[in-house]
Design a protein around this ligand. Sequence first.
Ligand code: NAP
Length: 294
Amino acid sequence: MTAQLIDGKALAALKGQETAEQVEAFSRRTGIQPSLHVLLIGDHPPSYIYVKNKKKACDLVGIKSVVHQLPFGVSQEDVIRLIRLLNSQEDVHGVLVQLPLPEHLNAQEILETLDPKKDVDGLHPYNLGRLLMKKPLLVPCTPQGCLQLIMSVENNIQGKTAVVIGRSLLVGRSLGALLTNYDVTVTLAHSKTKDLKEISSKADILVAAIGSPEFITGDYIKEGAIVIDVGINRIFLKDGMSCLKGDVDFKEAKVIAGFITPVPGGVGPMTISNLLINTVKAAQLHMDNILYKS
Ligand code: NAP
């Protein structure tokens, strides 16, 4: 069999249209343009590209975006001061700290300084706690994107089994909680998991969020499974060129899986799409707050 491709680019474009309509309706109703502020710290080349793509996506749907470029050596105190300032500004709706941060900075403390209602990455303990309590407010973008991709090909996931490989808060752990909220039976696997191949090959849904190129070969996959490849690995070729590879060996997987996401063009566009969705939601939360106060 040949798996059906789950086209993240097309789904993100569709969601982008919906977001653009929501932005327009919100602006018409409130006279306010939703805004996203991104902190870009240091000179990590992939982060530059990610932030540029986020800015472009904001422009397309009518969200105002501002990038705060800070030098590599910026102090923890200065980052915290900027976040507190953005927290206090009425015209700032979403704040995102582009990860990873330089090693001298304490990412946890920085993320915890964010106002949870402006935390469009959904990584503040308040938002993660709400997710665990099945009362989500702002959900991490990549896990939300994975769920949308899965549900674009299988609407009824209740009772399905999923193996999520990778347990970072950014992806695996949050996705595990999200899928559990949808009544999926989840196994969260990691580098210490025993018999990973055997466990994975029984899953209706297999998500790879490892950061290891083509780690998931055909024998990890159940016939007909939905395979979501979160991994983005840059591979440098002999001729000085480079290419992106996922965590799944696409060639092997596509003859066994029922559905599969490509890399690039799968999870990546959905992550950005959900950042836009969360920014509009944050702007709405801000307005609700004002109405509630008055
Ligand atoms: P991470 O924080 O490095 O976590 C990697 C996870 O993989 C860890 O939980 C680790 O287990 C597990 N792991 C590593 N080797 C393993 C092995 N041999 N067997 C089983 N599990 C193993 O990475 P991340 O931030 O979650 O990102 C994962 C990948 O997704 C990366 O390629 C990243 O670039 C990509 N990503 C893509 C998007 C997107 O929008 N498409 C967004 C975010 C991340 P331990 O916990 O035991 O160490």
